[in-house]
Design a protein around this ligand. Structure first.
Ligand SMILES: [Zn+2]
Length: 315
């Protein structure tokens, strides 16, 4: 009798052990399946991957705390845009007055929100210049040289040098990047001096522009660094993160780049060359996927004759 009792007890124990083992293996398997299908786990493994990459070389493209890292690039005499930049961006109408004004479509919403919020605060911002195609900038430059030769008796070399002091070369103006705009207000619309800084519109922009990703690009006292006069009307989109960082730092964009170690000794940006990185990304994406997006029409600014331009263009 005792033998049978022990046999039953041992059998029950073995069954219990078998159940526990089976259950453990089952649970473990189902966990792995979850790992494979749940998007949260997938993104966790991606984050781990980028953290490993960040340990070797910091890549702002992968930093999820930085919005619009694509917009953080320099456009100036030392850092001209690629010649075909007009074909690399899509633009959108962001303001209408006597004509339409365009901006890079990726920055457009930020500007529209800024203009609308300013209006709510009783400030009517007036866009007087935004995206200019490189082609248009060339036309503008050539006309300016010709005007000096025809009407001021200058030689070509004299006219070229004189124009260069006032008009940016094609691809060297931030307006060619579709990320810069000149903002004024009804009460003050002169770029001949910096009187715009005494308006309520300027005070509002000075306080709030960074909240929409825009910086005052050519601040007072930075002319030696930027090579551009103080322009209280010229704002540049760099994304919310960098706009706030730059505002806090009190540096102009060139100085901020230098401080981050993104400039070489000749002032050329060695990091975050936005348009070039974007071009590479687009090319590799195009190579990976099919060419379906190739047929998307690109909106660009219509060419406006020089004579119809009301605003004196500096940069
Ligand atoms: Zn400007």
């Amino acid at each position: 009798m005792n033998g049978i009792k022990y046999l039953i007890i041992i059998t029950v124990l073995l069954l219990a052990l078998a159940f526990v083992l089976t259950n453990f293996v089952f649970t473990k398997n189902s966990g792995e399946d979850e790992n494979e299908v749940l998007p949260t786990n997938t993104s966790a493994s991606v984050t781990e991957g980028s953290e490993t990459a960040a340990a070797t070389e910091y890549d702002p493209w992968e930093d999820e705390n930085i919005d619009n890292a694509w917009a953080m690039f320099l456009v100036n005499k030392d850092n001209p845009l690629p010649e075909n930049y007009d074909n690399m961006i899509e633009t959108k109408v962001v303001f209408e007055s006597w004509r339409e004004y365009y901006l890079d479509v990726r920055a457009a919403d930020y500007l529209e929100r800024m203009i609308s919020d300013a209006k709510d605060d009783g400030i009517d911002l007036l866009v007087v210049s935004a995206y200019r195609t490189i082609e248009y900038q060339q036309q503008n430059f050539d006309n300016s040289v010709k005007d000096r030769m025809d009407n001021r008796g200058m030689t070509y070399d004299e006219a070229y040098a004189d124009t260069l002091a006032e008009v940016a070369l094609p691809g060297e103006s931030e307006h060619n990047a579709g990320l810069a705009l000149d903002i004024m207000c009804e009460e003050y619309q002169s770029m001949d001096d910096d009187g715009f800084e005494n308006t309520d519109a300027f005070k509002w922009l000075d306080e709030h522009a960074a909240e929409y990703g825009f910086i005052l690009r050519y601040p007072k006292g930075k002319q030696d660094v930027t090579n551009i006069i103080y322009e209280p009307w010229h704002y540049r989109f760099v994304g919310l993160y960098y706009a706030n960082e730059i505002k806090k730092s009190g540096l102009c964009l060139e100085e901020y780049f230098a401080e981050q170690g993104w400039l070489d000794e000749n002032g050329k940006a060695v990091k975050m060359r936005g348009p070039f990185e974007e071009q590479e990304r687009q090319e590799s994406e195009r190579a990976e996927t099919s060419v379906t997006s190739e047929t998307e029409p690109k909106k660009t600014m219509p060419s406006i004759p020089y004579s119809e331009q009301k605003v004196t263009i500096i940069v």
